[in-house]
Write a protein that binds this ligand. Sequence first.
Ligand code: ADP
Ligand code: MG
Length: 242
Amino acid sequence: MSAPAPLLSLREVSRSYGSPPTTALDAVSFDVHSGERVAIIGPSGSGKTTLLNLIGTLDRATSGEVMLAGQRISQADDAQMSALRAFLIGFVFQQYHLDESQTAVDNVASGLLYRGLPRHERRERAQEALARVGLSERAGHTPKQLSGGQRQRVAIARAVVGNPPLLLADEPTGALDSRSGTQVMSILESLNEAGTTVLVITHDRDVAARFPRQIAIRDGVVESDSGPVWRDESRPALQKVT
Ligand code: ADP
Ligand code: MG
């Protein structure tokens, strides 16, 4: 059986900053297939956030190619990049990045702003997304009235409210106690089981060990990659792709 076309493909992707240039990422290449759940690990300063921002169309590579759902990001203009982001990607950050002045449901609904839906429909879908993260009861609360773990679950609901195929998370448990962190990880796991491809940055090796695939980054290069694994429809177990 041959592997399907990857959802995400990086070819010799480099990113340098400033002048004289310092290299944050150096010729990184790998593919991620639809349905995978991947942990990106590496020490602080190794280039993990740079990598996720390039994949998430928040930044452009200095050289090399990022392909997302068959489209070359380097050839997209800013408007096309925004459109790719709005339809293909959900983002979760360590510090939640919620609007403190808005309720949970309105924070989640803001994830649909670029979809051209009427407000009542955005709120309806936001309620459904809150239910998916187990926070229906907290829809009317503002972030200040929520715990860290609950805030991160609101942020996850906002990221997935538009059902993007790819969910990216940069140290999503970095600010949480271990119990909330475990809860957040199991939500990401169930979203993955429901079909979303998930890429998570973590520097916690125990967290990473629970992912089917780990990519280790050091000094801007891929140090190791345990290799693509995706769910074969016909069989319950995870299959190794070769
Ligand atoms: P990580 O997320 O693994 O901690 P980063 O991707 O944030 O690593 O950073 C990788 C390297 O790139 C670091 O040396 C960092 O200082 C540098 N870097 C990241 N962002 C910028 C920036 N906007 N300007 C200059 N240097 C940067
Ligand atoms: Mg980082």
